[in-house]
Ligand binder design. Sequence first.
Ligand code: DGL
Length: 274
Amino acid sequence: MSEKLLPYPLDRPIGIFDSGVGGLTVLKALRRKLPHRDFVYLGDTARVPYGRKPAAMVAEFAYGITEFLRQIGVEGVVIACNTASASALPELAGHFSIPIWGVIEPGVEAAARLTRTGRVGVIGTKGTIASGAYQRRLERRGLTVWAQDCPMLVHIVEEGLAGSPECDLLLHHYLDGRAAIDTLILGCTHYPLLHDAIQRVVGDSVTLVDSAESLAQAVNGSMGADPPAAAPGRIVHFVTGDPLAFAHTSEVIGEVAGEVVPLPVTELIRLQSR
Ligand code: DGL
């Protein structure tokens, strides 16, 4: 049982996963809403990026990770990754009996609420943009959509290069040709870590949407009250790649640091076969 891999027992934790550090932005928003909840975060940094991989492969990864988290004993799973939400959410929700939340619908809802002109942009990985998951949902609401994949931005974040001249060059490359939009969805959980740089490039007339807040609201609503406790909830991070680099980033992000447990990716691959 994967439960034995926990460094200490947790109380009714919520599971959350991403290909890397991006999902920590979602964890931070969740922690603000549920400060006494325990969380198990899984950063699949050995296999990042998900955004360049075939959708079926990402769906397999997501299945193995969800099964791992289920065996740990989580009460629900947040897919803090747009690429995996786009390729795996309906199937996972149909297969597992615990609640599973994705990040796409909350981002669409927030953008539809915020736009004044009805012209919305979305940026994400190649996988997310090619899936059309955002475009379909936004267009169904009568909105006009501009979509752009930005595959290099995940590497910028994972390598700690946010704020570098290289980061700015890439943002101009991806964003300067945008259509007239007043709202831009950050359709990759890595991008909130580039929030200020993106805002500088698109200007103050464009509202940036990070789905983490709306998602945290939804999770909070369906998990019921935060457990009454004086102490803050604990976080255990399982990381398939370099644990030191991960621990450093989680410290820098703030409010999401916790015990980091290295996890051989073979543990997850074993659970992928259905
Ligand atoms: N942060 C993820 C997302 O929201 C995945 C990025 C990647 O691994 O390519 O799509």
